[in-house]
Design a protein around this ligand. Structure first.
Ligand code: NAP
Ligand code: ZN
Length: 364
């Protein structure tokens, strides 16, 4: 057996976790670049909490609040230039997966002054200045993964930066996620579920990643009734946030696989939110899977007595009406066939025809 487990992120979870851990922010230098989306960091109070901590500690900061959903490399470059000018010692990402992923890539840009948007994707091994993460969604687990998923308009897709950038610390406070509207809550929760399942049905799964998946699925399953009814409690928010970070730890070891690779064109071309894009493919993806024992284990961990009950849950949570032509699905299937990084994580043989079939059954 070969295992190589590494997860260097310090995870702090509590009510008011930012305000209760002021010293943690002072460990990484005196100047922080804060990276957020346009609104949620402000309305959740997360940005205000971080600013007050930095002020109390006599630290300087600048705020870049222009991170869009599925951030593109041009935005990363803009923020990187600001971070270099202010000589940022570290970056604080506040928000959903988009600002957190952006923070990691911006950290790399600041560390390597020669990099531009055009040269950001490279085979060279690059480092980042320290990154702190304050998630306000419960779904991507970006705070515990080394990945940074960016939109590359030239390649017309989303791509992983390809560097290993773990956050130095993650500050989990479910209160920040209470502001999420119902659709964002459901889509991000679905993202977590897909991370857990894709990690379990993965070429790279190990005893450690499986342990994480099992706990993550059990927690996620405990939230299901509330996710379905739409009446959310703080306790549910906390479980979803924890499940999301645990799922991040699992995919940090294994990577994601087919649904994530196949979901990227849905997001890029049809503007489908990330979690929904993966989940809409899930019924057809799981039906193709031959290792039924592993799949049954997943259903049971989630509290279902079989595939039919799981699919009924998906039908209730996943609602998508987009128009995609067979021609588009053929092009996306070709693209998926050349995505060797994701394909190698899928533990069973799959052909172009199989991929096209998943798209067809899910979308047409
Ligand atoms: P997101 O793109 O970060 O945010 C989606 C929307 O939700 C934005 O409008 C955002 O507003 C809003 N929002 C965020 N927190 C909120 C809150 N507490 N209350 C109300 N609204 C809130 O969504 P996400 O699903 O968390 O992240 C998706 C991105 O993460 C994708 O780019 C995906 O590829 C990436 N991802 C990364 C990993 C990884 O391992 N690194 C894993 C999975 C997915 P603002 O714009 O105002 O902030
Ligand atoms: Zn995801």
């Amino acid at each position: 057996m070969q295992i190589n487990y590494w997860m260097p992120t310090k995870i702090l979870m509590d009510r008011q976790v930012v305000l209760k851990n002021k010293d943690e922010f002072a460990k990484y230098g005196m100047r922080a670049l804060i990276v957020t989306g346009k609104n949620s960091a402000k309305v959740t109070g997360a940005l205000g909490d971080v600013e007050s901590v930095l002020k109390e500690k006599g630290m300087g900061c600048e705020i870049f609040d222009q991170i869009e959903q599925n951030p593109c490399i041009e935005t990363i470059e803009k923020a990187g230039i600001i971070g270099r000018k202010m000589k940022a010692d570290f970056v604080i990402g506040i928000g959903g997966g988009s600002p957190l992923d952006a923070a990691k890539a911006i950290g790399v840009m600041i560390k390597h002054e020669e990099l531009t948007a055009k040269t950001l994707f490279t085979d060279k091994k690059l480092q980042s200045i320290p990154i702190l993460a304050v998630p306000t969604t419960a779904g991507t687990g970006s705070e515990t993964t080394p990945y940074s998923i960016l939109t590359d308009h030239e390649a017309k897709t989303k791509r992983n930066l390809g560097q290993t950038v773990f956050c130095s610390a993650a500050f989990l406070d479910a209160a920040y996620t209470e502001f999420m509207p119902m659709d964002v809550t459901v889509h991000t929760a679905l993202d977590t579920m897909t991370h857990l399942v894709e990690s379990y049905l993965n070429t790279n799964s190990t005893t450690f990643s499986d342990l994480l998946v099992k706990e993550g699925l059990a927690l996620w399953g405990e939230c299901l009734q509330q996710l379905l009814s739409g009446s959310y409690t703080y306790a549910m928010r906390e479980k979803l946030l924890l499940s999301s970070s645990i799922a991040g730890m699992a995919i940090a070891q294994t990577g994601t696989s087919l649904p994530h690779g196949m979901g990227y064109p849905l997001t890029y071309y049809k503007n489908v939110p990330h979690g929904l894009a993966n989940a809409v493919l899930f019924k057809a993806y799981l039906r193709r899977f031959k290792d039924k024992k592993r799949i049954e284990e997943i259903f049971s961990l989630l509290g279902f007595d079989g595939q039919r009950a799981f699919e009924e849950m998906l039908s209730k949570l996943v609602s998508l009406s987009i128009s995609a032509t067979k021609g588009e699905l053929e092009v996306w299937s070709q693209e998926m066939c050349s995505n060797t990084a994701k394909l190698k994580n899928h533990p069973e043989p799959i052909t172009y025809k199989g991929i096209l079939e998943i798209y067809m059954k899910s979308l047409i």
